[in-house]
Write a protein that binds this ligand. Structure first.
Ligand SMILES: [Zn+2]
Length: 225
């Protein structure tokens, strides 16, 4: 309660500023939202173990700054704004699913950050789609993987092999839609999909908020796979 009051007070003295243009009022203003570049459809290639993928935007400014603000500066309200954008994309280009599942963080990373950014996005998608969001504990990241950003595609795949496990007495629903903030090579999503299939899931698809173009992917910074 005290924390909420303090944050309200601080916001009245220092209003939110847009990460894109710096104008006061919103964390990401309507004008900058319109500047977000839709991810080009011709860049979407089939990915190992996934029955379909969707990416809302090109991982470029102002999206990069918005995701940075969420993940590394702990601004969870940005998760609602970005989650609504992801939900809007899904409504335009829906992927079939029975349930949603956020890509999990390792418990240690979760403890450091205090929240899973993909879960925040997934909650907004749950509200918009009516699809149930599976609890974070269903799929666990058992092994902490080194930062994917520093690795090439093959190294990324090896890095996440065996990192995840299904952790529920019941098998997963028949069709799952995985949710991630940034998709890079897709190694993390494919590793999750392998585990879900082994646990009995029939179809796994994935949706992400942002992705770089293939030719720029090796220079991605601050992304987790
Ligand atoms: Zn702006």
């Amino acid at each position: 309660m005290l924390k909420q009051l303090t944050s309200l007070l601080l916001r009245s003295i220092f209003p939110d500023r847009c990460v894109g243009c710096g104008r006061p009022g919103n964390l990401l203003c309507a004008h900058c939202c319109q500047q977000l570049q839709p991810y080009p459809g011709d860049q979407t290639q089939p990915m190992r173990s996934l029955d379909g993928t969707g990416v809302a935007y090109l991982f470029a400014e102002p999206l990069q700054s918005a995701i940075h603000r969420l993940k590394y500066e702990g601004e969870q309200r940005m998760g609602v704004i970005l989650g609504d954008l992801l939900a809007r994309y899904w409504q335009q280009q829906p992927l079939p699913a029975d349930a949603l599942l956020a890509v999990p963080l390792h418990p240690q990373r979760l403890a450091e950050r205090g929240f899973n950014q993909s879960t925040l996005l997934a909650r907004q998608l749950e509200l918009a789609s009516g699809l149930p969001l599976l609890d974070d504990s269903c799929l666990v990241r058992e092994r902490e993987t080194s930062q994917q950003a520093k690795l090439n595609a093959r190294e990324r795949q090896i890095n996440v092999e065996g990192a995840f496990a299904w952790n529920h007495p019941m098998p997963p629903p028949a069709r799952i839609l995985l949710i991630d903030d940034v998709m890079t090579t897709g190694a993390t999503l494919s590793a999750c999909a392998d585990v879900l299939r082994a646990a009995g899931c029939g179809e796994v698809r994935a949706i992400a908020l942002g992705r770089s173009l293939a030719r720029d992917r090796d220079s991605d910074s601050g992304t987790a796979g």
